[in-house]
Design a binder for this molecule. Structure first.
Ligand SMILES: [Zn+2]
Ligand SMILES: [Zn+2]
Length: 220
């Protein structure tokens, strides 16, 4: 579908409100990690964890394998830190990607239901141009990076396997995350909805107050 300027402009306010609600969800998940990491006695800042990430992925992007440089690296949550994926900032879920892959993966992370795989990272690595509609942007991304059809399918599969292997070292943390996901998802849906409702009411009240004050002090 072509870009519709009018629709884009009309939706500006609802986009701003969902940005606020998404930020609140992210703050909740960041806060939660303190308790989870204390419970597990492990943290992503542990030196041993950084060594394990480096041993598994070198200094390269965990998805596309391109070498990382400071201004092009992003802390990556394999299961995205949002209300749909409910990824946590814990060992086994945090690695390093390039900013490009980090951005491209967001399309899958922001889907409530995934069709290609159960998790956000696996879904992102399943866009091998064999199962999506022709206009799929993520498939186009991987096709541009890996033009050869056979090589692309093999390479994405090898990357999925490498990440699976890496995650096997963190059964406790990832098991906890899996078990709590349905309950957290429900809580986050509520937090998200309430945050949007609060933003709507509070902004309306503030706008009314400002206008009332202005109408008294500024002659029209
Ligand atoms: Zn990458
Ligand atoms: Zn695709």
């Amino acid at each position: 579908m072509s870009f519709q300027t009018a629709t884009y402009l009309r939706k500006a306010t609802s986009r701003a409100k969902s940005d606020v609600a998404n930020k609140m969800v992210s703050m909740f998940l960041h806060d939660l990690r303190r308790k989870v990491n204390a419970l597990l006695g492990a943290n992503v800042t542990d030196i041993a964890y950084a060594a394990a990430v480096t041993a598994a992925f070198g200094n390269s992007c965990c998805y596309c394998n391109r070498s990382l440089e400071h201004d092009r690296a992003a802390v990556e949550h394999l299961e995205g830190m949002n209300r749909f994926r409910v990824g946590l900032h814990i060992q086994g879920n945090v690695i390093v990607a390039c900013k490009r892959c980090n951005g491209e993966k967001r399309r899958d992370d922001q889907q409530r239901e995934l069709t290609l795989a159960e998790s956000g990272w696996e879904s992102f690595l399943s866009h091998d141009f064999t199962r999506c509609p022709a206009q799929c942007k993520t498939c186009a991304y991987w096709k541009a990076l890996l033009p050869d059809d056979v090589q692309r399918v093999d390479s994405l599969k090898a990357t999925r396997n490498r990440i699976h292997e890496f995650r096997k070292s963190y059964p406790e943390a990832l098991g906890w995350s899996r078990k709590t996901k349905p309950a957290l998802q429900q809580t986050l849906d509520t937090v998200y909805r309430e945050c949007q409702e609060f933003a709507t009411l509070r902004i309306r009240k503030a706008v009314d107050e400002v206008f009332e004050a202005l109408s008294k002090s500024v002659p029209v």
